[in-house]
Write a protein that binds this ligand. Sequence first.
Ligand SMILES: Nc1ncnc2c1ncn2[C@@H]1O[C@H](COP(=O)(O)OP(=O)(O)O)[C@@H](O)[C@H]1O
Ligand SMILES: [Mg+2]
Length: 344
Amino acid sequence: MDKESTGARIQTNTVNTDKEVIRRRLEMGRTRFMITTVKLREQRKTHLSSEYDISQYDLLQGHRFPLETSRLIPSNTPEYVDEGQKYVERIMRALSFFKQCALIGPSGTGKTHIVYLVAELAGLPMWEINCGLQTSSYDLFGRYIGLGKGNWIDGQIVSWCRQGGILYLDEANMMRQDVATRLNPLLDTRGHLVLNEKDNEVIPRHPRGYLIASMNPFSAEFAGTKPLNAAFRRRMTVWLNFDYLSVGDKLSAREVQLVRTRGGVDEITARKIVSAAAELRQQYKSGDLPYAPSVADLMNWGKLCAHGVSPTLAAQETVVAMTSDSVEIQEMVQEVVNGVFNRR
Ligand SMILES: Nc1ncnc2c1ncn2[C@@H]1O[C@H](COP(=O)(O)OP(=O)(O)O)[C@@H](O)[C@H]1O
Ligand SMILES: [Mg+2]
């Protein structure tokens, strides 16, 4: 062997060894990262669990999700505030007894928020579908890609069915009839899904496959909403009603506190912001407004006030413009706000 080729071989070996070292380091880094993430998650879970009385409900029952799926377990969800209704506990109980439940309440009452929180607390991956968007059945159930039958890709519902976690059907009353019909066997004692697209493969529902549907009873006047399919309705054993923390004459001290601490405003301003919101929400519930502010919208309104913007201008830029594009409706909202802030 001549000198040159020996040199080349040594060089190749060195490159391979370097690659190996880098690969090992990356692997060690990844393992360390995973251990830290798991530890942080556990610490947070312990902290949150002490806030909600849920230790008796174990939705995982020793199940471990593979890495790919465990990425879908939510983290850092903010706390859900209620006034003693114990929504987190009630959802956990419903899932633990019946595997599924429905949340019903106006938009902005924290339905999506609480589902993420429950998923985080229970350690379950989230599969979220907004039924109001015309998601194709390819995205929901799956499809073949390319030619031939070799390459099938599972859609959201099929992935949940195989892997478990929480399937969250947002705006379930806007679900297409054909999709609702296909979900029925999944939700009753049959507990399986039939994939007609894939030679009628029968997929059993994963033992840790939970389902939560949510809907807004006040959206009936908006396009696209139908009364919920009766067969689907019957299959939801537990129904939980959600409402705003403050609405009409009811002013919640906890909501005022949230706006004060997270918006950064003083008690009096927070109180006025919440009273204006309570009135707007009342009007929304009686059908006079197309939208009512959530507590998050109020925090944003507060943040601008805390920055020195006048509360009425801050409202104009946030809750007023958010309610509608219509000038008349915006004026109605602004009047409510001005009324509260100019009141003595
Ligand atoms: N009770 C609550 N506690 C904490 N945050 C809330 C509460 N209700 C609503 N929010 C916040 O208000 C916003 C709207 O809530 P969301 O979950 O999207 O409502 P929904 O799904 O009912 O329309 C979110 O940012 C959410 O965090
Ligand atoms: Mg929502």
